[in-house]
Ligand binder design. Structure first.
Ligand code: GSH
Length: 305
């Protein structure tokens, strides 16, 4: 589990209760807010991410304090945030001074503290499938990045020259995210269309396997009869691609029906959709216009790289 010992941020040790450093439009952060809502923990307050005011350093039991780290304002590319999350991405979670990074490790950590309701299936076979779907989801995280930058964020996803320099200064060479390498190519438009199509095809292969399983036995959840962490990870991933305008209902109807079931869960509505509404509608509108004009993601759905 990605617990960060000896964080250089003075803020971490001061935080009591649960504090989530995240961004509501970001899938990795949404996974954690979805899981917190499934565990019945409510977002009781939203404060500046770096506030060390004693009045907001203690989260009440049964709730959590949200500390939004704006990816738009590039708050994650600052020395103070890098001291909390050394890979300069959201989310990061602190519970009573213990700092955890990596979204699925955070979900695991939450499970160890709040075992009920369980987000792990009781059946060993379903549990093994959950773990393999989570591993697949982690591997495909980079593909969601490429697809959502290309067909979702577009030019908005670019960083300025000054921001690129900041990443170069702050990013550790061993960071698994390798933000600098990505932005250097993304900012200059040097990533070949085939690379983006390859990432979309990788995601489609993942969705195809799930479509077959859901269609095969009519199971309600990805691993069978019980909701699990795999549903959290994949529903949030799908949410982002839906926002890019991908035609799921036509391409993967059973997966689409499963996604509608996930959306109907109150914790999804509360943890993912509620705070994400502005981003969601903005992205959907942009995607609908692009699909209508014929250069959106719908045009390339199902096209191999
Ligand atoms: N492996 C990390 C990935 C985190 C990640 O990539 N976060 C994205 C948002 S989903 C981010 O903060 N990106 C910042 C950027 O692209 O500049 C996790 O699962 O927590």
């Amino acid at each position: 589990m990605a617990i960060i010992q000896n964080s250089t941020s003075p803020l971490v040790a001061r935080l009591q209760g649960v504090h989530l450093f995240g961004f509501d439009g970001a899938p990795c952060s949404q996974r954690v807010s979805f899981a917190l809502a499934e565990k019945g923990l409510k977002r009781v307050r939203t404060v500046r991410w770096d506030s060390d005011d004693p009045a907001v350093c203690v989260a009440p039991p049964g709730g959590y304090i949200f500390r939004p780290v704006s990816l738009i304002k590039k708050a994650h590319m600052t020395p103070a945030y890098a001291a909390i999350q050394p890979n300069m991405v959201v989310p990061a979670l602190v519970l009573d001074g213990t700092l955890v990074v990596e979204s699925m490790d955070i979900v695991d950590f939450l499970e160890s503290r709040w075992p009920e309701p369980a987000l792990v299936p009781g059946d060993p076979e379903a549990r093994a499938l959950m773990h393999s779907l989570i591993e697949l989801g982690k591997t495909l995280h980079v593909s969601v990045r490429y697809v959502s930058f290309h067909w979702g964020l577009g030019r908005l996803g670019r960083t300025s020259a000054a921001e690129e320099e900041t990443i170069a200064k702050l990013e550790r060479s061993e960071s698994p995210e390798q933000l600098l390498a990505f932005y250097q190519r993304y900012n200059r438009g040097t990533i070949d269309e085939g690379v983006f199509l390859g990432h979309l095809a990788a995601l489609e292969a993942g969705w195809g396997a799930q479509e077959a399983r859901l269609a095969g036995d009519g199971r309600p959840f990805l691993t069978g009869g019980q909701f699990s962490r795999a549903d959290i990870l994949w529903a949030v991933k799908m949410q982002r691609i839906v926002e890019c305008g991908y035609p799921f209902a036509a391409r993967f109807p059973h997966l689409h029906a499963w996604f509608r079931r996930m959306q109907a869960r109150p914790p999804f509505a509360q943890g993912v959709m509620g705070p994400n509404r502005v981003f969601h509608h903005g992205f959907r509108l942009k995607a609908a216009i692009e699909n209508f004009l014929g250069f959106g993601i719908a045009r390339v759905a199902g096209v191999k790289a």
